[in-house]
Design a binder for this molecule. Sequence first.
Ligand SMILES: [Zn+2]
Length: 264
Amino acid sequence: MILSYEAWEAVRDERKLGYVAEFCPVCREIRACRLLRVGESFRAAPVNGAPPVVNVVRCEHCPFTMPVDALVYASVAKRPASNIEALIQETNPEIRTKLAGTLAAAESLKKPDAIISPGLRQSLLLEPFQYLAGPMEVMFRRNKKVDRPTIISGIGTVALTVLLMGGCAAFSHGSRDDGKWFGAVGLAILVGGLFTLVQHALGTKRRVRTEFIPALAQALHPLKPSQEELQKCLSTFQADRWRLGKEIRPDQLWNAVEGSKLAA
Ligand SMILES: [Zn+2]
């Protein structure tokens, strides 16, 4: 299941409503998820039969995001409880009964001697890619997170500007000198500003490395995929022009899956 692009387009103007317990198919566990109301500026009815997005949940452990009917939750917690059981009781007490089959399947997959039929294995391999393709599109369109390198270059720009302005006040003699100092201030703002923008753009790519690849590796490692299988999954998304297929290199993913095998 890949939600159509139009549905993801509506994931904007988010309003944070709180936290609920929900099953995350990428983590394959019940997780604390952020409940968001989106799409207030939703203009047209979505095409391709995509559901009109009103509420979505986003996993707190990985980038998985999906539209939900918020009415299914008993309540919405203000904070993500430190204990998932408490959050389940408060927000989604029936989840274990409702998703008994899904939870049992997820649990059996974690066993080292899990027996999986080839057909099921094929769909399980593709599943995490399908779930993360949409969230990655949205992230590239509107990455609002400002990470540390972006903040550092922003602060650097401001500091340099202030320093040069101070220099101007302290050392400038006459109006010709002023001109040079102002030129330097302008240059600092321009170069520093551009550098900060570049850092923000690179920040989006950094999030592929720090959020998407680890989530995929975690989901794939119980299936022990071969390098060729990973290559095949990614090329399916390349063919459909999803960013997921373009931004993740097969060897990168392979190394991450191998790494999570060692960590397990
Ligand atoms: Zn998750």
